[in-house]
Design a protein around this ligand. Structure first.
Ligand SMILES: Nc1ncnc2c1ncn2[C@@H]1O[C@H](COP(=O)(O)OP(=O)(O)O)[C@@H](O)[C@H]1O
Ligand SMILES: Cc1ncc(COP(=O)(O)OP(=O)(O)O)c(N)n1
Length: 264
């Protein structure tokens, strides 16, 4: 069984963060491990509180995982502040973690800030260089590339702009912008570079809480299982589509995905 680690925040409503990652990993037949960075008091209508874990305790969790059950892949989600980012980066380097998928979580779709403003630079300089894949949504990609993204052409330009400073691949998720849900992947690895579009039909379901978390966790599971990058992304996108199409409807706001859709 492949072992996959999620370094992320807890979502009390179970739709995003650590909880979405564990559900995704189990559905992929992976063994799920977690390092919790923050607790959020959150539900389908918004984020109502954040309690940070001390950076030393984040390191303590990382030591416990890496010295005992070494993960085949690592997904990073909400990291929240510069001190936590610094702790994570140090430990990932120390243990030479592999197959790192970084979801640069900044703002919840419901509106809550999930990364403090003064931490974006740390994310760029400390965590992004370690990632094999970075998966920004449109607003996150705009923040990272410095210009507005309004078209498929802009998505390609943004991926190239972000990739210029890093060695890893970039996946720009199109869920926020278009009638369609097309994602663009710029692969960069030792073999060279490649551009891949993943066309997606927009599923008519307002319950999209945790789509980004689920996608990045699924990619990590697929990489852990040995899939090459574009296959890992394609399979993960299909998983998110299936979990959305199952039309679970929980809560009063944007509800969670149905991770049990393959069982029914
Ligand atoms: N309504 C939808 N129908 C189909 N796919 C979607 C829909 N909304 C988002 N997706 C897909 O879910 C994944 C996560 O994208 P996105 O929602 O943009 O990220 P985030 O949750 O980080 O904001 C992407 O593959 C995107 O194309
Ligand atoms: C604890 C926690 N982590 C991440 C998110 C953001 O989830 P994501 O899937 O990127 O997007 P939305 O669910 O906000 O659309 C979160 N809300 N909470």
């Amino acid at each position: 069984m492949k072992k996959v680690l999620s370094i992320a925040g807890s979502d009390s409503s179970g739709g995003a963060g650590i909880q979405a990652d564990i559900k995704t990993m189990i559905a992929h037949g992976s063994y799920a491990m977690t390092v919790i960075t923050v607790l959020t008091a959150q539900n389908t209508t918004g984020v109502y509180g954040i309690s940070e874990v001390a950076p030393e305790f984040v390191e303590n969790q990382l030591d416990c995982v890496f010295t005992d059950i070494f993960p085949d892949a690592v997904k990073i989600g909400m990291v929240y502040n510069a001190a936590i980012i610094h702790s994570i980066a140090g430990k990932l380097k120390q243990y030479q973690a592999r197959n790192i998928v970084l979801d640069p979580v900044m703002v919840a779709t419901s509106g809550g800030r999930l990364l403090s403003d003064d931490s974006i630079e740390s994310l760029k300089t400390e965590l992004m260089p370690l990632a094999d894949l970075i998966t920004p949504n449109i607003p996150e990609a705009e923040c990272l590339c410095g210009f507005g993204i309004h078209s498929r052409l802009d998505m390609v330009r943004a991926a190239k702009e972000i990739a210029a400073t890093y060695a890893g691949s970039i996946l720009i998720k199109g869920g926020h912008l278009f009638e369609s849900a097309d994602d663009f992947l710029l692969i960069q690895d030792r073999k060279g570079s490649e551009e891949v579009w993943f066309p997606g039909t927009k599923i008519d379901n307002p319950n999209t809480h945790g789509t980004g978390c689920t996608l990045s966790a699924a990619i990590a599971c697929n990489l852990a299982a040995g899939a090459e990058m574009k296959v890992a992304v394609k399979k993960a996108k299909d998983y998110v589509s299936g979990a959305l199409a199952a039309n679970l409807d929980l809560g009063q706001g944007s509800g969670p995905l149905d991770h049990g859709f393959q069982l029914t």
